[in-house]
Design a binder for this molecule. Structure first.
Ligand code: NAP
Length: 311
């Protein structure tokens, strides 16, 4: 066992983790933040954030994250590049393996977030933030008056498509099958909307515009007829689900059927001293501000737990 036992370790450096870091650092708990696979979380891949309170002109996602990190560092938070290899939550103190290092901690805040599911095309990857987005709420405004595409056949895709009609001239909804997972009501709403055009059995082969650094269209094919087409759009929104980053805790804390951490009283897991906040436990709101809110709650619970346990 390492000779240092930490008061708290925070897994994840997105909005939830960094807010937890600010609060626990200010409480003099010297939190260690493990930055994870996607340092800065989903905000670090968005552009202008216009709905985070306190920024009347908006703030760039990466800037907001950088500011939060500076704020946490100022109060003594420590950051470690790396990701969790394994965790033993049954041990007291809790044992974490991060890279080749073993870390012991009295409490743990899981803020490992959820990663948007992507199609996996190299052209898609190259154009993230340049017309390819997984967040309609964040980026829809930038497509005012434009033609755009939404990919997916579930409620997220319907919700994104409906939301984007507020800005876009036309929304093409592309789904790889002709059966939809979306609830009937959401699907009917989307079908009835005059700005939404459905393209069933449609698979995207390439997002065009990599050289120009902006989406200029989509090269697609129909899975039934084999027909290839080009769809002229300026943006592509992915609505094909999110993957919560909680798999490494399977069997140790409760996960729901889609892998989100089940919490009670906002941030409590079933293991004392282990809290979860942000998108890894929130399948409903998934906003920067709600992630920050639960990050704060987790930090306050850590303080309370340590106090109750004589720290
Ligand atoms: P989902 O229901 O799992 O749907 C994902 C969709 O993306 C499916 O249509 C799937 O196609 C498609 N997809 C997945 N991987 C793909 C790929 N590689 N290429 C192309 N298409 C792909 O996910 P969700 O829509 O995010 O919803 C998740 C949960 O949240 C659901 O329970 C949903 O009801 C809930 N939700 C509710 C609301 C609401 O009520 N307002 C809003 C959003 C989400 P296939 O069908 O072919 O597999």
């Amino acid at each position: 066992m390492s000779d240092t036992i930490r008061d708290t370790v925070i897994l994840g450096s997105g909005c939830a983790g960094l807010t937890a870091a600010i609060y626990t650092a200010r409480a003099n708990l010297k939190p260690l933040v493990i930055e994870g696979h996607e340092p800065g979380g989903q905000l670090s891949i968005t552009t202008l954030v216009e709905n985070f309170p306190g920024w009347p002109e908006g703030v760039q996602g990466p800037q907001l994250i950088e500011n939060m990190k500076l704020q946490a560092t100022r109060f003594g938070a420590e950051f470690r590049v790396g990701h969790l290899v394994s965790a033993d939550l049954s041990k007291h103190p809790i044992e974490l393996k991060v890279g080749s290092e073993t870390i012991h901690t009295r409490t743990l805040i899981i803020a490992s977030g959820a990663s948007a599911r992507w199609l996996g095309l190299p052209s898609e990857h190259a154009l993230i933030g340049h017309g390819v987005s997984s967040c309609a709420t964040c980026d829809g405004f930038f497509f005012t008056g434009k033609d755009i595409a939404v990919v997916g056949g579930g409620d997220s895709a319907m919700e994104e498509a409906l939301f984007l009609t507020r800005f876009a001239n036309k929304v093409s909804l592309l789904h790889r099958r002709d059966q939809f997972r979306a609830s009937r009501i959401m699907l009917d709403r989307a079908i009835a909307h005059p700005k939404i055009e459905f393209h069933a059995n449609t698979v995207i082969d390439e997002v065009m515009g990599v050289e120009q650094k902006e989406v200029t269209g989509l090269r697609t094919h129909n899975t039934v007829t084999g027909e290839e087409s080009i769809l002229n759009v300026s943006g592509m929104f992915l609505g094909i689900g999110h993957i919560p980053n909680a798999k490494m805790f399977e069997g140790q804390i409760d996960l729901d059927e889609d892998g989100y951490i089940k919490t009670h009283d906002y941030v409590f897991t079933r293991v004392p001293g282990v809290y979860a906040c942000g998108d890894v436990q929130d399948r409903r709101y998934r906003q920067a501000i709600t992630a920050a809110g639960t990050g704060c709650m987790a930090a306050l619970e850590v303080e309370k737990y340590l106090e109750e346990h004589g720290r």
